[in-house]
Design a protein around this ligand. Structure first.
Ligand code: GLV
Length: 353
């Protein structure tokens, strides 16, 4: 018996049989009208699109890197059975109202804080995400931020290109050592653990905050500490928690004031985990030494005060942006969507009912 109300085993068998015949043009034409109607909200890697089109689904794609205006997005949803959300578009009651046939929202992301899950569940709409396949890519970029801020990589690059460099100097653009320092990880899930693992290669002390002791962190020599302790002890403090009502503004003035004036704050999670105005103040008034940020409270806006600060390294939400990882994510997002529509088990449903 399927968990999905729109699915019967008879229909699923029929769908599979039809799909297997779709490469035979006559039969494909005959049954194509029975295929799912799917909207893809942003350009995604071709591998995912190819898979979706091969499934026989009727696909519409917003083939751009920038989002559709909200009213145009909503207008696309009327006939949709499924939608692939490529860029964190807000999925809420208004969105669902515009999509009366919707059965699945497939997020091409691990985070799904842009989706009102209670609303989705109340309407019997399943939501899926793309975990695991992006863990290494995000951990690598976290390290790019750590090393980038510690060694002033962007400032060095600017100077090298400026024509103003006057040669090797013992006092030029000195950064700080990473080796021997304390790496703090807040949110010791898959990505946090992958960042910690890389830290052992840099001979760092590891402290972490989690609800319970994490064997993978302990195996790396990690010490579980309180939130206050991690603020006070970390030289590089990395945030890897999902955005939830509990973690919204987890970092504000009080937290930044507890950090060392030599500490660097690294955020690869979600911007709204931080009160960005408080972070601006912490940087301007040197409560902390610097920040590496991939995410912002009001994306794509970035607090203008951050832009000229030499002690910030700012990226435009690139955490999982490698060719290989985005290819895997696009395939997984399509597989998730088709599995739900076809009534097959999908391990990446985040609101099972
Ligand atoms: C990107 O931010 C993601 O959640 O995968």
């Amino acid at each position: 018996m399927s968990q999905y109300p729109w699915h019967t085993s008879h229909f699923s068998c029929l769908t599979r049989a039809i799909m297997s015949q779709l490469d035979q043009p006559e039969i494909g034409r005959q049954y194509r009208h029975m295929s799912w109607n799917v909207f893809v909200s942003r350009r995604i890697p071709t591998e995912g699109m190819d898979l979706l089109r091969q499934s026989g689904a009727e696909v519409r794609l917003h083939d751009e890197e920038s989002p559709l205006p909200r009213n145009e997005l909503l207008a696309q949803l009327r006939s949709c059975d499924g939608v692939i959300i490529g860029g964190g578009e807000r999925v809420d009651a208004e969105f669902f109202d515009a999509a009366p046939k919707l059965k699945v929202v497939s997020c091409l992301a691990v985070g799904y804080d842009n989706v009102d899950l209670a609303e989705a569940t109340g309407r019997r709409i399943l939501v899926t995400n793309t975990p695991d396949v992006l863990t290494d890519a995000v951990a690598d970029l976290t390290w790019a931020l750590i090393l980038g801020v510690a060694r002033r990589v962007v400032e060095g690059d600017r100077l090298a290109r400026s024509g103003k460099w006057r040669g090797l100097s013992p006092t030029l653009l000195r950064g700080v050592d990473v080796a021997g320092k304390t790496l703090g990880i807040i949110g010791a899930g898959r990505i946090g653990a992958a960042v910690a693992k890389r830290g052992t290669g840099f001979s760092m002390r590891l402290v972490y905050v989690a609800r319970s002791a994490k064997p993978e962190m302990e195996a790396l020599g990690g010490r579980r500490v309180t939130f206050d302790e991690i603020l006070r002890e970390s030289d590089f403090l990395c945030v890897h928690v999902p955005l939830t009502p509990d973690t919204r503004h987890l970092f504000g003035e009080a937290e930044f004031r507890k950090m060392k004036p030599t500490a660097y704050f690294i955020n690869m999670a979600r911007g709204a985990v931080v009160d960005e105005a408080a972070l601006v103040r912490a940087l301007r008034e040197t409560w902390i030494a610097g920040a590496g940020l991939d995410v912002y409270e009001h994306e794509p806006q970035i607090s203008p005060e951050l832009l000229p600060m030499p002690n910030t390294l700012l990226l435009p939400h690139l955490g999982s942006a490698t060719v290989e990882t985005r290819r895997r994510m696009s395939i997984m997002a399509v597989e998730n969507l088709l599995a739900v529509l076809d009534g097959r088990p999908c391990p990446n449903v985040v609101n099972p009912f």
